[in-house]
Design a binder for this molecule. Sequence first.
Ligand code: FES
Ligand SMILES: [Fe+2]
Length: 313
Amino acid sequence: MGVVSSLTSLAKEHRTATAAGYHRCWYPVCLARDLKAGTPIGRDMLGTRVVAYRDPSGNPVVQSAWCPHLGADLSGGEIVDGRLRCPYHHWSFDRAGTCAHIPTGDTIPAAARIFSYPAAEAWGLVWAFNGEQPDFGIPRIPGTEEGAIALETHERAPAPFDTWIAVSNGVDFQHLRTLHGLPALGLPEELEVETGAIEFRIESLVHVQHGRITGTNVFAQHLRIGGKDLFMLFCGAPVEPGRSRGHFVAGVPKGEEARLPEVRAMMDRLNGEDLPVLSAIRFRRGLLTASDRHLARYFKYVEEFPCFLPPDR
Ligand code: FES
Ligand SMILES: [Fe+2]
């Protein structure tokens, strides 16, 4: 089955990726610490394969991994003179994706290009935007800047669900009590919906929860519980429809690094409780009741989210 027809048939069942592709979001590609200077790495994502490497200034580059010559996997190649060199016949591509050199000296075909994703590094991750230009900024954690906190970033094993379904957890306030056994913390009055993001804030005398969804694949929050601040970011990238790979970031104010294991353990617990439900879910936007109003708003946001089908090269 071709990519488009398989996306279309899954879209009917799960309202996931459509023939128009995947949501135009910033997707995590790999851990920043795994991307070493001089060594490209490959990842299966967005129904295709991408290659990531660092340019001579250390900035990440993310491109289609399929060589336009005969289709070799460019992530098996090398970085030579700052360019990505195919392992097969040594065609070399610059950071814009243009073929800059063919060793035989033959004329370089005008179509010898690979697709370059907008790329960035933040929160210990390398990110790529699924589109030619980003529609909005890199995902943020509310209430902080990256340089202001101590953080640790981790990767999870691929899981059998779409990222936007997992992210619905962020505004599924009921399940915090029913599935996770957390105390009822109330509901936000409103969700603030902006281009490519949703924010909300819940405050009581004893706690603050400031949540932010970026795109349809990132949920981040700042929590203040018992006077202590903690920061979390959960994100994922589609491998193909119905399958995704997750990453997460745990953070605390600088100087409080000793609390990081506790935040990480809390994130592992939440993930461990969500995983069996999300892995078995046959998602449908079913019978929503009054308490699901924020969830309903999120589903509308997802349905209206623009898509892009990354070119294979
Ligand atoms: S397949 Fe890449 S150079 Fe030939
Ligand atoms: Fe959850």
